[in-house]
Design a protein around this ligand. Structure first.
Ligand code: ZN
Length: 194
C-alpha cells in the first residue's frame, strides 16, 4: 500500500513504449495496488504504470465518484479491438497537473485485457462517457502517447501548458485525426459533452 510519485510531463519514460506483462507476479500485484493507492490519493479516474515510472502494460481506472459507486477496473496487456464514432471533451492527466485541453476521442471503444488474476475479459463502452475516454487515455500511456497529442488546437494547448509551468506541445507527436475532427464538426452538439 504505497502512494507513489507521479512522473510529470517532460520525463522521458512517459514517451516510452511499455512492455507486456509475462506473469502476474507479486511485483505486478504490488504495482496494481500502488496504482490504485496513488490514483485515489490524487483524485484521478485513471492511472497507467508508466506514470509511476514503471514501463509495463498495466493501467487502472475508476470513474466512480464516491465510495458507493466505486468501480475499479484493472487492465493488464490490453488491446483495443474496436473503436468508432467521434467525440471531443476537455481532458486532463495526473502527469500534467491542472492542465486541461480539448481533445478528440473515439465515442465507442472495445478493449480486451487480463484482470489481476490473469483472466481475460472484454469491455465495450459505446456512449462516449468518461469511462470510454479514460480507457483511450490510459491505453495511450502504454505506447508513450499523451492526451495533448490529440489536442484540437495546439496553440490553445500550448498556452494552457505554459500557464501551468509545463513544457509545450511537441509537434513530432501531434496526431492529425482528420476523420475524427470532421465527424466532431458534423456533430456540434457533442461539443458540450464532458
Ligand atoms: Zn494521463
Amino acid at each position: 500500500m504505497t502512494v507513489r510519485k507521479i512522473v510529470k510531463y517532460g520525463t522521458p519514460s512517459l514517451r516510452e513504449k511499455s512492455k507486456e506483462v509475462h506473469k502476474i507476479s507479486k511485483k505486478v500485484q504490488i504495482l496494481v495496488d500502488d496504482l490504485y493507492d496513488t490514483m485515489y490519493a490524487t483524485n484521478g479516474v485513471g492511472l497507467a504504470a508508466p506514470q509511476i515510472g514503471e514501463n509495463l502494460r498495466v493501467f487502472v481506472i475508476d470513474v466512480g465518484t464516491d465510495p458507493k459507486t466505486m468501480n475499479p477496473i484493472t487492465f493488464i496487456n490490453p488491446k483495443i479491438i474496436k473503436k468508432e464514432g467521434a467525440i471531443n471533451s476537455y481532458e486532463g492527466c495526473l502527469s500534467f497537473p491542472e492542465a486541461y485541453t480539448n481533445v478528440r476521442r473515439y465515442k465507442s471503444v472495445k478493449i480486451k485485457a487480463l484482470d489481476i488474476k490473469g483472466k481475460p475479459f472484454i469491455l465495450e463502452v459505446t456512449d462516449g462517457s468518461l469511462l470510454a475516454r479514460a480507457i483511450q487515455h490510459e491505453f495511450d500511456h502504454l505506447d508513450g502517447i499523451l492526451f495533448i497529442d490529440h489536442c484540437r488546437n495546439r496553440f490553445e494547448t500550448d498556452k494552457v501548458l505554459a500557464e501551468k509551468g509545463l513544457g509545450g506541445v511537441d509537434s513530432d507527436y501531434l496526431i492529425e485525426e482528420k476523420e475524427l475532427e470532421e465527424e466532431i464538426q458534423k456533430n456540434p452538439q457533442q461539443e458540450e459533452n464532458n
